[in-house]
Design a protein around this ligand. Structure first.
Ligand SMILES: C[S@@+](CC[C@H](N)C(=O)[O-])C[C@H]1O[C@@H](n2cnc3c(N)ncnc32)[C@H](O)[C@@H]1O
Length: 226
C-alpha cells in the first residue's frame, strides 16, 4: 500500500516537472517568435508625449548621466515623436547637432512640424532603414536608443553599421523596459538585459556603465567601442 502511494506521488511529481518544462520551453519560443516587436504606431504618438511621462522617464537626468552638453553631436535613434530630440536640442545648443533618426516617415513628419514650431535649427531629421542608420561617418559623440532596440529587425547588423558613425570615443546608450515594469510594451516583446549586452558585444561594443537606480521602469546601459 505504502509503495503504491510513493509510486503515485513520484508519477505526479514527474508529470508536474514535465509540464513546467514544457511551459518554460513554450515561453522561450514565444519570446523568440515575437521578436522584433511591432513598430510603435504613429497613431499612438500621444502616448509618447504624455505629460506624466517626465516623472518616470526623467529626460533631464538621462542627459546628465550621459554628460551631454553644449556643442555635442548626438543621434536620437528611433526618435518617434521627438520627445527626447527636443530635450537634446536645447541641451547641445546652437553649436551642437541632433540627428533625429526614424524608419517611419510619419514620425519624421511629426518631428519636422515640431522643428518648425520650436525653431530647432540644430535638429536634422533622417529617414533611415532597418539596416543602416544613415548617419555621417565619425560624427557622433553619442547615439541614444530609447525604447527602440526591441523593435529593431536586424539589431546586430544595425549596431555594426552604427559604429562607423561614432567618433573614436563615442558612446551608445540603450534603454529598455524591464520585465518588472508595470508599464511598457507587452511582456513577450521585452528583452532581457543580458541579451542586449550579448548582442552589442557581437556587434563590437563593450558595456561601460549601467545606471541601475536612475529609471524606475527601464534598464539603462552605456556602451563604448571594443
Ligand atoms: C517605442 S517608439 C520610441 C520613440 C522614442 N525613442 C521615445 O522614447 O519617445 C520606437 C521608435 O523606434 C523606431 N524604430 C524602430 N526600429 C528602428 C530602427 N532600426 N531605426 C530607427 N528607428 C527605429 C520606430 O519607428 C518608433 O518610432
Amino acid at each position: 500500500m505504502a509503495n503504491r502511494i510513493v509510486r503515485n506521488i513520484t508519477i505526479f511529481l514527474a508529470t508536474l516537472i514535465l509540464c513546467c518544462l514544457n511551459t518554460n520551453a513554450y515561453a522561450g519560443n514565444e519570446v523568440q517568435c515575437e521578436r522584433p516587436g511591432k513598430l510603435f504606431s504613429p497613431s499612438k504618438i500621444l502616448l509618447l508625449e504624455d505629460t506624466e511621462r517626465d516623472k518616470w522617464q526623467k529626460p533631464e537626468e538621462i542627459l546628465n548621466a550621459l554628460g551631454i552638453g553644449k556643442g555635442q553631436v548626438v543621434a536620437d535613434i528611433g526618435a518617434g515623436s521627438g520627445y527626447l530630440t527636443a530635450q537634446l536640442s536645447e541641451r547641445v545648443g546652437e553649436t551642437g547637432i541632433v540627428y533625429a533618426v526614424d524608419v517611419q516617415q510619419e514620425m519624421l513628419d511629426y518631428i519636422k512640424k515640431r522643428i518648425q514650431e520650436k525653431d530647432m535649427k540644430n535638429v536634422v531629421p533622417i529617414l533611415n532603414t532597418m539596416f543602416d542608420p544613415k548617419l555621417p561617418e565619425g560624427s557622433l559623440d553619442i547615439a541614444i536608443l530609447l525604447s527602440v532596440y526591441h523593435e529593431m529587425e536586424n539589431p546586430i547588423e544595425f549596431m555594426k553599421s552604427l559604429k562607423s558613425a561614432l567618433k573614436p570615443h563615442g558612446k551608445v546608450a540603450i534603454m529598455e523596459f524591464s520585465d518588472e515594469s508595470p508599464i511598457g510594451p507587452p511582456l513577450k516583446i521585452r528583452l532581457p538585459e543580458s541579451l542586449v549586452v550579448n548582442e552589442l558585444r557581437q556587434a563590437g561594443f563593450a558595456l561601460s556603465q549601467r545606471h541601475t537606480f536612475l529609471l524606475p521602469y527601464q534598464y539603462f546601459l552605456v556602451f563604448t567601442l571594443l
